[in-house]
Design a protein around this ligand. Sequence first.
Ligand SMILES: [Zn+2]
Length: 408
Amino acid sequence: MRDPVVVGGALVRDGRLLAARRSRPAGLAGGWELPGGKVEPGETEAAALRRELAEELGVEATLGVRVGGDWALDAGVLRVWLAEPGEAEQPRPLEQHDALRWLTVAELDDVAWLPGDLGPVRAVAPHLGTVVTFGTGAVSGSGTVLDAVALGAGRCAVVTDRTPFHPVDHTWPDQPGDHGTLAGRPVVDCVTGARSLVDGRLLVGADVPVKRGGRGHSFVVVHVVAGDPPAVGEQVRLEVDEGRRRLLSAAHTGAHLAAYALNAAAAHLWRKTAPLDPMGSPDLDRLALVSSRIDVDGSTDTYRLGKSLRKRGLSAEQLADALPEVTAAANAVLARWVAGGGRVAVECDGPVLTDPRWWVCELPEGRARIPCGGTHLTDVADLATLTVRHELSADGAELAAFAVPALR
Ligand SMILES: [Zn+2]
């Protein structure tokens, strides 16, 4: 007779792995495991796993790629698949288990896994989202190499379980990736990657087919490293180029401030009531911004001044006529904000790359809190000056705002 096959499901959502605590039998109670169970006679392994996940957790899971090989059990073998619960489903401990936890890749050692699940959990780790610390301002740290692949031309792509590096976002690539070193090797770029739960493949940069946080993938920080790949499993030191990070943070904080200053300076031109920004001005930035580029020497925000903006109450002609006054007024607002200072923070809803992050800034007119995945200064007063220049395109359909910060 064939060895009995036990199937296990590594349920992954938002870059985290579901761990389930056994409530019985007595010998296993209190230990944590991947949910699953025995394949019944006449059942396929996939059908058995879907049945077990429905019975134990109440979810209709989509199965992904199989991870690892056959893990030996006392009787039989364990085979594990990645899986994703249905979009609106919340797994619940219906039988066999009395507690569930979604673990980040940095929390995998926080529960007492049953011995048979330790191997599978290690194999699942590269399929989880990267834990990032750039939001708290970190510029150094250590991590374990989960994946390292040669890219040709003497470069390799390295994924670690955690990192202080900020990667460029592939859907809104405003702030470039950090530079620095990984295990002493130069990190020449840092990009967002997506690992498919369906086939396990790592997609990088422009190849990433889904929006940030989309289903069917875990999102990871990919360090583009010059030199030979480090070994998988190696503990490595990660050091961000701190000077460059600080310039990018200053430019990013400056870009948001310049946007609110433009809103304030153009407020009197609106002919209709428009949605207001947190400082109380009509939110030209939110209604018309089409792209934002941050660099070490400043930022460029581009606004579309089309028909839809005119319908909302601001015409390109009015703005063009008043542009010198608008720019002067914006610079006066920026000078006042820089002189007065104001707390700046990045608030994170969680530590995983795709968890929502917010830019928070306290100014005399109000408190801004907007979605933002970048890095920032900690106070507006860290800037010595911040100036903005506005330029209309030849056809008058686009306005570019160039903001230049100088650090104290
Ligand atoms: Zn931002």
